[in-house]
Design a protein around this ligand. Structure first.
Ligand code: GZL
Ligand code: ZN
Length: 324
């Protein structure tokens, strides 16, 4: 379930003292200027992304980290420009969520040449030179896709006949889209009746999900299941399904990923059928890693975020105190 935010004592003591708060730290810590972190964020495409940004901002404030967070509107060139600015500003640490997996080696080499450590968060980069970043903090997207497929296999265990699945994919080239697709495909191999008859990029947005789903409904008279790579696409698909005179969650089963408040609400109301959690609240763990990197402590190469999955009953249980 939800990880309780961990504020690293060393970081808090060192930084709070530097910022004039907290108990007096060891002499060598006193006077340490607060850490300056440059963060390049994908955009504002989904509820997940907004919660992720808020978590990072709040955790930086709590840890006394000076944060320069820049939003890239989903464009790789904007992330590249922001990270070059961080290098020019000589920040202490750079972190980012890469909008797509490829095309980062040259930029990360520039950060390495400038002696600035880079932390990859949320989405992974596809690079041959793993010395270009110090750690990756984020979900296991393949496991998320696998959980969606496993639920379907279980749900249709006693059903004989073809189950027609359409897939509304995330942003083309992004790690979550690539890995959710492959985890899902791997899991549904267990039952040959489960067939993906169409898949298309919905760019992780509600309008993308609605447009893609409306197209699928025109092209395919019989659709049994929708697998949407995030809640926002699934909520958009619900609009298109209802516009087509069908009952989302009943005539078509819908599975999504993220477990945002709106996603869990639709699940509790029976308009979605299963929602896999993708935890956006990476802020506290990121600040802990930033503090360790800054003070030269060793950190793992990969920090996986804990997350679960929800059926209708579980959604009703967690909704009252859901953080995002
Ligand atoms: C997943 C994250 C994805 C979310 C989407 O970690 O990269 O991007 O699933 C978001 O909601 O747009
Ligand atoms: Zn706030």
């Amino acid at each position: 379930m939800r990880r309780t935010p961990i504020i690293l004592a060393a970081v808090a003591a060192g930084l709070l003292t530097a910022c004039g708060g907290g108990e007096s730290a060891a002499p060598e810590k006193a006077g340490q200027a607060s850490i300056r972190l440059g963060f390049s964020q994908v955009g504002e495409e989904s509820a997940w992304r907004l919660a992720n940004t808020t978590s990072i901002e709040h955790a930086a404030t709590n840890a006394g980290v000076q944060l320069d967070l820049r939003v890239a509107d989903g464009k790789q060139e904007n992330q590249t420009a922001a990270i070059r600015q961080f290098i020019n500003d000589k920040v202490d640490v750079i972190a980012f969520s890469p909008v797509v997996e490829s095309g980062w080696d040259e930029l990360l080499q520039e950060a390495k040449d400038a002696g600035i450590p880079v932390i990859v968060t949320d989405r992974m980069v596809d690079t041959t030179d793993t010395s270009l970043f110090v750690t990756m903090l984020g979900s296991d997207f393949t496991a998320e896709g696998r959980k969606a497929g496993e639920w379907l296999v279980e749900h249709y265990r006693d059903y004989n006949g073809t189950v027609r699945i359409v897939e509304i994919e995330g942003t083309t080239g992004s790690a979550p889209a690539n890995q959710r697709r492959s985890g899902f495909a791997e899991a549904i191999e267990a039952d040959p009746d489960l067939q993906v008859i169409a898949s298309r990029d919905g760019n992780f947005t509600r309008e993308g999900g609605e447009q893609v789903m409306a197209g699928f409904l025109k092209e395919h008279p019989k659709i049994d299941v929708v697998f949407a790579h995030n809640d926002d696409e699934g909520l958009g698909a619900i609009e298109a399904i209802e516009a087509d005179g069908k009952r989302p969650g009943v005539d078509l089963k819908i599975i999504t990923v993220d477990a945002s408040r709106d996603g869990l609400t639709a699940l509790a109301e029976g308009r979605l059928n299963y929602v896999i959690e993708c935890n956006p609240l990476l802020g506290p763990q990121l600040m802990e890693l930033v503090g360790k990197v800054r003070t030269g402590q060793s950190i793992p190469r990969r920090v996986v975020v804990d997350e679960t999955a929800f059926d209708r009953e579980a959604a009703k249980a967690v909704l009252p105190n859901r953080q995002y």
